[in-house]
Design a protein around this ligand. Sequence first.
Ligand SMILES: Nc1ncnc2c1ncn2[C@@H]1O[C@H](COP(=O)(O)OP(=O)(O)OP(=O)(O)O)[C@@H](O)[C@H]1O
Length: 243
Amino acid sequence: MNSIDLVRLTKRYGRVRAVDGLTCTVEPGRVTGFLGPNGAGKSTTMRLVLGLDRPSSGTATVGGRPYASLDEPLRHVGALLDAGAAHPARTARDHLLALAHSNRLGVRRVDEVLAETGLTKAARRRVRTFSLGMRQRLGIAAALLGDPPVLMLDEPTNGLDPEGIIWVRELMRRLAAEGRTVLVSSHLMAETAQTADHVLVLGRGRLLADGPLAGFVGSHGSLERAYLELTAGAVEYTADERS
Ligand SMILES: Nc1ncnc2c1ncn2[C@@H]1O[C@H](COP(=O)(O)OP(=O)(O)OP(=O)(O)O)[C@@H](O)[C@H]1O
């Protein structure tokens, strides 16, 4: 099974519990929206799954194995965490070629993902000349490179124009329909409502909800209303505190 399994996953930074006893399973064959206010712990959770940070306690596994134990990890898990991850002096194609090489993937796959993300014409341009939206597309191209059964995308629509947002939505839906596990964090409720089958909601590192989108929205009328009601007590910064 290509699920992502979190068991009592906890990460403390000093006194902050960024992730606090998180237990849940992200299942294949559906898009799981990963929601929560700023600072709720979404990115930290993804970093823990990818072995970029060590849990204080608990475990995060992909297909039953810790990410660090995977050979050629791009073939197992594709991730978009930070659209600024590519070296600015490299061309888009060289960036993908380096990643492909380290995971024994062929050049043909690089050209395929460039085409799939609409970057073929920009492939030989340096990343520093890319707009935010183009960087997002390059990050998504990197995530798709190993044709992985599991994808984790942190706010993939950031910086994308309306056409790009629709493209991401359709891509997520297709990847899930192919039986892949797709975890997508977002602050865009209307977009998530159109993309996700299932939602996980975090607040202050804790799991506030884990269920099908339709059940979560329930009688609230919209995902946004259901979300705001659930997270009202879990928002780190309010306008009053800022002023
Ligand atoms: N490296 C770090 N050192 C110290 N604190 C950190 C570190 N990384 C994250 N945190 C803290 O952990 C908490 C969770 O942050 P995280 O970035 O995971 O939240 P998030 O849900 O992804 O937020 P956003 O929606 O704003 O991206 C926050 O309080 C944040 O300040």
